[in-house]
Design a binder for this molecule. Sequence first.
Ligand code: SAM
Length: 246
Amino acid sequence: MSSETAERRYADFYRYQASSPTLRQIYVDVYGDDYPDELQPFGFVTRTDLSRIATLVGPLDGGLLVDVGCGRGGPGTSVALTCGARLLGLDVVPAAVEGAPALAASLGLPTAEFRTGSFTGTGVPSGAADAVMSIDALWMVWNKPAALTEIHRILRPGGRFVFTTWEPSYLDHARLLAKAGFEVSVREETPDWLDRQGAVYARVLAATETLERELGPGAEVIFAEARDTPAVLGGTPRLLIAAHKP
Ligand SMILES: C[S@@+](CC[C@H](N)C(=O)[O-])C[C@H]1O[C@@H](n2cnc3c(N)ncnc32)[C@H](O)[C@@H]1O
């Protein structure tokens, strides 16, 4: 799939996400109280993940936290509120960030900023970020060395990069991070990710007619993922990684 097609599919998803009570209910049923429904995530983030990310980012006392691949911005807003940070959310899909300021304001962070931007072109000045986070987005980036070089550039010395992603056997994020100049301090699997992700996909495939009706063209990105991913999921752990720029 070309990156243009991927972006169009994601744009369709973000346009229709709010009109699908069924998709939302699938996550609530599978994750229970651990699902941060009020943050309107697009992916598999949990309250447990967000709390762990906030702990690893640490207190920021008004410092700048950049969330790359922020989606609607809810998860980044939650971490920024916990860490006392200013938030800049970036996503390559304009439809993702359109409603993000209103969602952040409704969650208690009216100063949060959101822009279109990518892992390889953030538009953030060198050394301006006190921390960078990213949830379930880096796996989509083709040129990971370029992405990690960009994150390293925008961080101040001592600044942390904390993120979740999936790691296929041919990829070693710790090695790529080291090559980009980071020191890795944490690399762990997120709790119960495999059973939960598999359960979401099974329910998505069992509800295709309803989801198609509710999500229109936005359904395809979910169906493709639910169809294609289960076969490789067991060998592709969902990791939470923390690294810092020395
Ligand atoms: C699975 S969603 C996660 C969104 C959000 N972090 C969340 O947890 O709700 C992945 C996001 O990454 C974005 N994305 C994909 N490639 C990107 C890139 N190269 N730079 C920035 N964002 C990207 C997508 O548009 C999408 O919004």
